[in-house]
Design a protein around this ligand. Structure first.
Ligand code: HEC
Length: 100
């Protein structure tokens, strides 16, 4: 019984903070490639920063902030992110954070 509990605790600690679907994120990311590049390396001409390899929670937070437009104003991304949900941001973040 004790070891069973230990396994339960360990798996809940190692589980991601939220449920994400990187495959859905890959599909959504097609709309971002024009500015951020297929590997998330960014694009000087578009003034779009590198976003690959960043923490998933950070990416999702920036997308939420850009959509809200209060603390972070990013007019070029608003038309795209305004149609997306919090779940879309989590899926995108799962995909982008693993890009190299
Ligand atoms: C029209 C070009 C364009 C498109 C399309 C675009 N972005 Fe951006 N993105 C930018 C620019 C420019 C910035 C930096 C703006 C700023 O100074 O805040 C940025 C910033 C970001 C940031 C914040 C990076 C950081 O380090 O804080 C994230 C995350 C991001 N974009 C993700 C995405 C995702 C995901 C998509 C697709 C859903 C997307 N972008 C589509 C141009 C674009």
């Amino acid at each position: 019984m004790k070891s069973f509990l230990a396994v339960l605790v360990l798996t809940s600690l190692s589980a991601p903070a939220f449920a994400q679907d990187a495959a859905k994120g890959a599909e959504l990311y097609k709309q971002c490639i024009v500015c951020h590049g297929d590997k998330g390396d960014g694009n000087v001409a578009q003034k779009a920063p590198r976003i690959n390899g960043q923490h998933d929670w950070y990416i999702a937070k920036q997308l939420e902030d850009i959509k809200a437009g209060v603390t972070r104003k990013n007019p070029v991304m608003v038309p795209i992110v305004s149609k997306m949900s919090e779940q879309d941001f989590k899926d995108l973040a799962a995909y982008i954070s693993k890009l190299k």
